[in-house]
Design a protein around this ligand. Structure first.
Ligand code: GAP
Length: 478
């Protein structure tokens, strides 16, 4: 699959009602998308799988904390000081770039020139780019013209840019409460859902009488003012996170990290039907670790544009709890009554983006069946927005009435769609593109003997079965 397939998926999403560009009638808002009728169902099905995988564990409970919290939360967490991306502007055309993103689009001779200028060893991987960005930021005066001298090309103009020196760009969206900007307090839209869990963890633990190890799971919106947002819904400024924070004894952080790495990668193949060959772990180098992390692994998926992170599994130590304790003055320690021991638990975090999983599932399911001249979304049955399309062969002779009767009898168990427009082949192909696994056709024979034709999406095989066997057939063949 190549990048051109991504364009085809974007177009399919709009055509079939999965994802629409946001504010289209006003020319659109960059990197912002709305989820259409089928998109809402697919997103919900993915998040339900995740929720079940988490909360079916007896020691993992749910939470729904606010998007806006006390501004000190972001001081304590380090986001005010550290949640920055290094960026540069091209003075010629005022285009702004994240430096790591800009460098990842350069030829190797440009990276070689930068490594030489900054005296760093060129390892020819992402650590080289991280290192360059870091030095350009830390010594921005000294290396103010390094990007231009190395010949860094502006991907927009195709020419060498007149680059400003590297500066920090904080990714948090800021607003204020109260009727006026002067009297109101600065408030941030949360850039991760995790902090809402940390500030509530003792309330959750006490109310549910939980004992370490235990986890708190949350699904909710997060916001980041990404400098570069691209690849459709892969990186957007508003997105949904599904995070689970697992509180463990400090001596058990490493074994717990291993446990969650294993559980999380299996989730993708077992629950979302992702081919294992398209998944891998990427461990963060020490240089690239977030300010809170002792160790971090990304789970990456092979998208049409290359490998991309879908989930982060982080050992956050007790950094967040201790920082909240310092700034709030409130005790954030867990008390183990049996061992009579007080401590700040370590936190193993699993953090994934629902929108990225949505894109991953679409990329994995997208299939061009050239032999039959059709496009199919081979969505797993559980994830497909509609499970069955019900079609009367003709719009007359009592066939629509019989079809509606069948529709009513099965739609309480499985989400169905009714279609009587166009040839039967066209109707099936329309649903293949929407990922509907089964099609049922009601014809004149149905009126005689109560049998129907049921068609399978992927194989296109058709079977003649009694109406009474529809649900049994589906449960055996889904
Ligand atoms: N609480 C830890 C945390 O937020 P992260 O690696 O920054 O860690 C975790 O983000 C996951 O959230 C990523 O793996 C990705 O799936 C999703 N994510 C992050 N930024 C995103 C964005 N701008 N658009 C869509 N998803 C994003």
């Amino acid at each position: 699959m190549s990048i051109k397939h991504l364009d085809k998926i974007v177009s399919l999403c709009k055509r079939k009602g999965f994802v629409f560009p946001n504010s289209e009638i006003y020319g659109g808002l960059k990197a912002s998308y709305d989820y259409g009728p089928l998109g809402v169902d697919l997103k919900k099905a993915i998040s339900e799988k995740w929720w079940k995988a988490m909360t079916s564990n007896s020691n993992i409970v749910g939470l729904d904390s606010s998007i806006m919290v006390h501004p000190d939360v972001w001081e304590a967490s380090g986001h005010v000081d550290n949640f920055n991306d290094p960026m540069t502007d091209n003075k010629d055309n005022k285009k702004r770039y994240r430096i790591d993103d800009l460098l990842s689009q350069q030829k190797s001779k440009v990276i070689d020139a930068l490594c030489e200028a900054l005296s760093i060893e060129n390892k020819n991987d992402s650590t080289t780019i991280d290192k360059i960005s870091e030095i350009l930021l830390q010594e921005s005066d000294k290396y103010s013209d390094a990007l231009e001298s190395a010949g860094v090309i502006d991907p927009f103009s195709g020419n060498i840019g007149k680059w400003t020196q590297a500066t920090q760009f904080n990714l948090m969206f800021q607003t204020n409460t109260g009727p006026s900007e002067k009297t109101g307090k600065n408030i941030y839209l949360r850039p991760e859902t995790a902090q809402g869990i940390y500030i509530n963890y003792l309330l959750v633990q006490n109310s549910m009488r939980l004992k370490v190890p235990f986890g708190i799971a949350q699904i909710g919106k997060a916001f980041r003012n990404e400098i570069i947002a691209r690849n459709f819904i892969f990186r957007t400024r508003e997105f949904e996170q599904m995070e689970m924070q697992y509180f463990v004894h400090p001596s058990e952080d490493e074994s717990s990290m291993e446990l969650w790495k294993e559980k999380r990668i299996s989730f993708y193949s077992n629950e979302l039907g992702i081919n294992k060959d398209k998944l891998k772990f990427h461990q963060h180098s020490e240089d690239a670790l977030a300010h809170y992390a002792k160790d971090a692994f990304d789970i990456e998926y092979y998208f049409p544009f290359g490998w991309g992170e879908v989930e982060g599994i982080h050992n956050r130590t007790n950094f967040d709890l201790k920082e909240h304790e310092k700034l709030s003055g409130k005790n954030m320690m867990y008390f183990d009554a049996i061992k009579n021991e007080k401590y700040h638990p370590f936190i193993i975090e699993t953090s994934t983006g629902l929108n990225r999983l949505f894109l991953m599932v679409l990329c994995e399911s997208y299939y061009e069946d050239n032999e039959n001249n059709r496009t199919v979304l081979k969505l797993p049955f559980d994830l497909a927005p509609n499970k069955i399309v019900v079609c009367p062969l003709l719009k007359k002779d009592g066939l629509p009435e019989k079809a509606k009767e069948i529709f009513d009898s099965i739609s309480s168990t499985h989400k169905c769609v009714y279609d009587q427009q166009g040839s039967i082949g066209k109707r099936y192909y329309r649903q293949d593109e929407a990922g509907t696994p089964f099609g049922i056709t009601i014809d004149h024979e149905t009126l005689q003997d109560n049998s129907i034709t049921i068609r399978e999406r992927d194989s296109m095989e058709q079977h003649r079965i009694p109406i009474d066997n529809i649900l049994k057939f589906i449960s055996e063949n889904k």
